[in-house]
Design a protein around this ligand. Structure first.
Ligand SMILES: [Zn+2]
Length: 428
């Protein structure tokens, strides 16, 4: 069985759009009738549920922003009785009040199903043993992976993040075949495995890595695949939408949007105008089937493009590009727009670097300057001639960004390691 849900995953685009429209009408009507805040928003914009007659009519509905979600904390946008809520998640809230995700039984079934679809597309099967090294808790990550993997029938080890030596021992003793974690933590785990005397690509049964929660480059993906001897897949999701499970990455490494549940648009972040397929802009999602907390036209602040081109894998579900970065992460350095992921890509092009780097931002009179700290591998560090390495990285960054950024080579093991989301940009 190649597909988890063949009917949906290979549905002709025309049929998919009909399904989306029917579901969109339903969710708009529900939000209007069940939630006073949504009703007020729609009234202000001069629209009633009946005005939604085509998918294009979606653009009449005002956006939902992160600020609004914070204002309506915790349950302002709830569209069901609290009695019907069976699970609550929340974002970390490091930049203000957390965003709260509420789920009915039906919502949890959808979540498990889209995660199973996604993991199946990655190659996870009943015979797999998944070490779930995302942090358990209010964060949606770990729970989404657990629900989906168990729906497939795979074995889940709910180890959570941290305690890295124990992770390696468990991986060895339990015969872990798949790992779910942030990409940066996966690299750190490989370092610890080496310190413990293992060769990560040979001494474990691992064949699959399921990574997300960070904007990482394809070069970082290659590094992780080589280091662990695995196939690494991207996961993308948001608490506001459902958690992980918004997309399924196929064997061609294309991110198919689970568009029967999540309707994507790409907009110009400045004007809010909808952009054409292939154009890069801000991703906006509408949940089509969620009951407890439907998000209608939620602005993600994530920069990507959208395509309806057919894929070699046979899936017809539309494709979103990998996330270039959050619009919040965007920096302007000497007039050039820079995303941390682009610098990562440049660094990883150079032989002899490890996956550990840091972007150091300095602000002086409204001017942002940036310099880059990179850890080489132990072997490359011992070779010396580190100025030459720094120069090669500077050239690669220049080739990608047309920008000269000073590169500082630091001793292996000196930059901070992360067990969750890596903090790549620091201000000094
Ligand atoms: Zn595909």
């Amino acid at each position: 069985m190649k597909f988890w849900d063949e009917k949906i995953e290979t549905m002709p685009l025309k049929d998919l759009k009909e399904l989306q429209l029917a579901r969109l009408k339903k969710v708009v009507k529900m939000a209007y009738e069940k939630n006073a805040i949504y009703r007020e928003k729609f009234k202000k914009a001069g629209i009633k549920p009946d005005d939604i007659k085509s998918l294009d009519d979606l653009s009449k509905i005002p956006f939902l922003t992160k600020e609004e979600l914070r204002n309506y904390y915790p349950f302002g946008l709830l569209c069901v009785e609290m009695d019907d809520v069976v699970e609550i998640h929340a974002s970390s809230g490091t930049t203000g009040k957390p965003v709260v995700g509420t789920y009915t039984k039906h919502d949890l079934e959808i979540w498990a199903d889209v995660m199973a679809r996604s993991l199946w597309a990655n190659g996870l099967r009943k015979s797999d043993i998944l070490q779930n090294a995302y942090g358990y808790g209010l964060f949606t990550g770990a729970h989404g992976f657990e629900k989906g993997a168990q729906k497939i029938g795979a074995t889940v080890i709910p180890i959570s993040s941290g305690n890295t030596k124990r992770q390696i021992n468990i991986m060895k003793d339990f015969g872990t075949t798949a790992i779910a974690a942030t990409p940066s933590y996966a690299l750190y785990m490989a370092e610890v495995a080496k310190e413990m005397g293992y060769e990560p690509s040979k001494d474990f049964k691992l064949h699959l890595g399921l990574f997300g929660a960070e904007a990482w480059s394809d070069e970082m993906r290659k590094k992780i695949e080589e280091t662990w001897g695995i196939v690494a897949h991207e996961h993308y999701g948001l608490t506001e939408i459902i958690g992980p499970g918004v997309v399924s990455e196929c064997e061609e490494k294309k991110l198919h949007i689970n568009a029967d549940h999540f309707l994507a648009e790409i907009i110009d972040p400045k004007t809010g105008e909808r952009l054409e397929p292939g154009e890069e802009g801000e991703l906006v999602f509408t949940t089509l089937t969620k009951e407890a907390f439907p998000a209608i036209r939620f602005r993600t602040r994530d920069i990507a493009s959208y395509s309806e081109e057919p894929c070699e894998c046979g899936r017809t579900l539309p494709i979103q590009s990998r996330i270039k970065g959050r619009s919040d992460d965007m920096m302007k350095v000497k007039g050039v727009i820079v995303f941390p992921r682009q610098i990562e890509e440049a660094i990883m092009h150079v032989d002899g670097v490890s996956g550990n780097y840091q972007l150091v931002k300095t602000k002086k009179h409204e001017m942002t300057t940036l310099h880059v700290r990179v850890e080489p591998t132990e072997e490359r560090y011992k070779e010396g001639n580190l100025d030459e390495l720094a120069k090669r990285i500077e050239d690669e960054i220049y080739a990608i960004l047309n920008l000269h950024l000073p590169v500082e080579i630091v001793k292996p093991g000196t930059l901070p390691r992360s067990e969750g989301k890596a903090k790549r940009v620091v201000e000094e």
